[in-house]
Design a protein around this ligand. Structure first.
Ligand code: ADP
Ligand code: MG
Length: 141
C-alpha cells in the first residue's frame, strides 16, 4: 500500500523550499527516488534537501560520479543514474552502506532495481517555471 500527495511549484525557489522541508525530516536509512525528464527539477529539489539537513556543501548533478555525499546534521548521499543504461542494484552502488550512514536521494531512481521501503517523487513539467511533484510513499516496511 502507498499514499500519494502532490504539490505544485511556480519557481525553482519553491521547489527548493519543498526539498528543504523534506531535508529537515530525513532520518538515517531513508531512501527517496526521484523521477522526471531532464530539467524537471530533481537536482534543484536535492539542493533544498541539502540545505534542510544543514549542509553547506554545494549540490551539483553527480552525473559523472554517480554518487556525491553531503555532510550535515545527517549524511546525504546524492545519486544520479542518468548514465545507467537499464537498471542497477542497490549493492552495486554501495547504497546499503550509504543508508547505514545516512539518507539517500536517487535521480532517475526508477532505474534502481531492488528497493523495498521507499518514497518516490515524480516531477512533471507543467510550464516554463511550473512543476508538479507527486510523492508516493510506501506504507509497508
Ligand atoms: P533535473 O535534475 O530534473 O534534470 P534540474 O533541477 O537540474 O533538473 O533543472 C531544473 C531547471 O528548471 C533549472 O534550470 C531550474 O531553474 C528550472 N526551473 C524552472 N522552474 C522550476 C521549478 N518550479 N522547479 C524546479 N526547477 C525549475
Ligand atoms: Mg539532475
Amino acid at each position: 500500500m502507498a499514499t500519494t500527495t502532490s504539490r505544485e511549484t511556480a519557481s525553482p525557489e519553491e521547489t527548493e523550499a519543498l526539498g528543504e522541508e523534506l531535508g529537515r525530516r530525513l532520518r538515517i536509512g531513508d531512501l527517496v527516488l526521484l523521477s522526471g525528464e531532464l530539467g524537471a527539477g530533481k537536482t534543484t529539489f536535492v539542493r533544498g534537501v541539502a540545505r534542510g539537513i544543514g549542509s553547506s556543501d554545494s549540490v551539483a548533478s553527480p552525473t559523472f560520479q554517480l554518487v556525491r555525499v553531503y555532510r550535515g546534521g545527517i549524511q546525504l548521499a546524492h545519486v544520479d543514474l542518468y548514465r545507467i543504461e537499464s537498471s542497477v542494484e542497490m549493492r552495486d552502488l554501495g547504497l546499503d552502506e550509504l543508508l547505514d550512514q545516512g539518507a539517500a536521494l536517487v535521480e532517475w531512481g526508477e532505474r534502481l532495481d531492488d528497493v523495498v521501503r521507499v518514497a518516490r517523487i515524480h516531477f512533471d513539467v507543467l510550464g516554463d517555471d511550473r512543476r508538479r511533484l507527486t510523492v508516493v510513499r510506501d506504507l509497508v516496511r
